[in-house]
Design a protein around this ligand. Structure first.
Ligand code: NAP
Length: 321
């Protein structure tokens, strides 16, 4: 039986990755938080909740992971669980560092002591690069993270590499740049802009409040980015791969595009210092040629086309959350 474990299955990437793996015939087990309510809204939206087996597991306790590995014998583990908000990480640095780093270490150590044939995927992030001098960013570019989130991801990334190099485990890291979908949490910037712009259009709110809109990011489409995760795990050898569109856009350009598309006045865009971060990456974009050549990962989408998809899908998603 081809069983895979996914941590963070209830998040954006977890939902799209589950859909992809179910379509490929895997048995998907989601390791989820030990809370009363399971957040299945994204899996419900994709219509796949009933096809997934859920196991409550505190990733900060290694014995719980080991027990589940012994019970199900997964062949692959995708580690997507994380406190994933850069902004929130400045307010909750200890929780972010503690959970993001220790959960990764526990998963890797669980593999080492149970079954070294299990393949491991780590959700690394472009935020690891932080303050950059040379663009585009490649797999061997220097890390200088500028947020607790970036530091937690850089540490987890190096732990992942260490288990590959020290113990010969199949551990692979996808260094993913920002990727969006209608299933993003509402506080993430692209989702917030689209939802608020539609609310303005429908007379439900008056203004869009944002922070520094002159920062530039490399944005892509989440359902296409999870394909790269799968390809990395099927490759002959484990490695690190940048997954990006290769182009950066400013938040200002994106807001203007959406406002023009929905025929909204720009006077409704309000800059609020409250949303500025203590430290911020100015501009960032990646070079995914390694993933394209070695994995055959294909990505040609313009982010403006992605925005069209997200605007169209927003009304549908809004009924769910
Ligand atoms: P997301 O939507 O925020 O999902 C995060 C997932 O982690 C959720 O399933 C959440 O569970 C789980 N989680 C958070 N804290 C947890 C805790 N203390 N215990 C157990 N589970 C916890 O994130 P995403 O966009 O899908 O991203 C997936 C991964 O890729 C994350 O590790 C993220 O940091 C990384 N990444 C994302 C991007 C991006 O642009 N999306 C780029 C680079 C890297 P609940 O639903 O229960 O809260």
């Amino acid at each position: 039986m081809k069983t895979v474990f996914i941590t963070g299955i209830t998040g954006q990437d977890g939902a799209y990755l589950s859909q992809l793996l179910l379509n490929k015939g895997y048995y998907v087990t989601g390791l989820i938080r030990k809370s009363e309510i399971i957040n299945t809204k994204r899996l419900d939206y994709l219509g796949i909740t009933s096809k997934i087996r859920f196991e409550k597991c505190d990733l900060l306790y290694i014995q719980e992971i080991i027990s589940l590995i012994k019970k199900y014998h997964p062949i692959e583990i995708y580690n997507l669980a994380a406190q994933s908000s850069v902004g929130k990480s400045f307010h909750e640095p200890i929780e972010t560092l503690n959970f993001n780093i220790i959960s990764t270490a526990n998963l890797l150590e669980s593999i080492r002591v149970t079954d070294t044939n299990i393949k491991f995927y780590q959700a690394s992030s472009s935020e690891m690069f932080g303050s950059v001098n040379t663009l585009p960013l490649k797999e061997d570019s220097i890390f200088h993270p500028v947020s607790p989130y970036g530091i937690s991801k850089a540490t987890s990334h190096w732990i992942t590499i260490n288990y590959r190099e020290s113990f010969g485990l199949f551990t692979t890291s996808g260094i993913l740049f920002n990727h969006e979908s209608a299933l993003r949490e509402n506080h993430f910037i692209i989702k917030k802009i689209i939802r608020t712009a539609l609310d303005i259009k429908n007379g439900k709110t008056d203004i869009l409040e944002v922070g520094n809109i002159d920062i530039r990011r490399d944005f892509g489409y989440a359902p296409k980015y999870v394909e790269a995760m799968y390809l990395m795990m099927q490759h002959d050898t484990p490695d690190d791969y940048i997954i990006s569109s290769g182009i950066s856009l400013s938040i200002r350009e994106i807001i203007y595009y959406i406002f023009e598309r929905l025929e909204l006045e720009k006077s409704r865009i309000v800059i609020n210092k409250k949303y500025f971060r203590p430290n911020e990456i100015e501009n960032i974009y990646g070079d995914s040629s390694k993933a394209k050549i070695q994995l055959g990962w294909e990505y040609e989408m313009s982010f403006f086309d992605v925005l069209e998809i997200l605007i169209q899908e927003e009304e549908k998603v809004k009924k769910i959350y």
